[in-house]
Design a protein around this ligand. Structure first.
Ligand SMILES: Cc1cc2nc3c(=O)[nH]c(=O)nc-3n(C[C@H](O)[C@H](O)[C@H](O)COP(=O)(O)O)c2cc1C
Length: 122
């Protein structure tokens, strides 16, 4: 999914252990869900963000059981005063045999369309 953003937006994708070194207009932030919770590393990264560093965040992610990681991400970001776009994307992710193979090529194509729509709305 990060590679799709790289391809469409033209910005370099990075893992959440890479600190933001310069202010950004739109940050695309993705997560999965483990034992009902968004990856701790994503929440640790959110804790480093401030509204002056990030104008807005577009959240995306994948999960196997709960509907989406995005509400937990949105809550953590908004608690820091960061603007979160109403545009968001979630697809199935795998948990062993549950939704095995997801995100699949259709999920990635849907995600590509989503990313394109966020770019054209800016
Ligand atoms: C060990 C493990 C635990 C998981 N626990 C949950 C869970 O509690 N709820 C859920 O919706 N999905 C769960 N999943 C599915 C992941 O959220 C899914 O694989 C997601 O696509 C991972 O995204 P990532 O690889 O980008 O971190 C779990 C997956 C694994 C491997």
């Amino acid at each position: 999914m990060a590679e799709a953003i790289e391809d469409i937006v033209g910005a370099k994708a990075a893992t959440v252990d890479t600190p933001l070194t310069e202010p950004v207009d739109t940050l695309y932030l993705g997560a999965g869900v483990f034992l009902g919770k968004v990856n701790g590393a994503v929440l640790d990264f959110i804790a480093t963000l401030t509204p002056d560093k990030v104008k807005q965040v577009v959240c995306f992610g994948s999960s196997a059981i709960i509907p989406s990681p995005v509400p937990q991400m949105r809550k953590a970001l908004e608690a820091r005063g960061i603007t979160v776009s109403t545009a968001e994307f979630t697809c199935k992710g795998s948990m062993g045999p549950v939704h095995s193979g997801h995100p699949d090529s259709k999920d990635i194509e849907d995600f590509r369309q989503f990313v394109k729509s966020t770019v054209s709305n800016q």
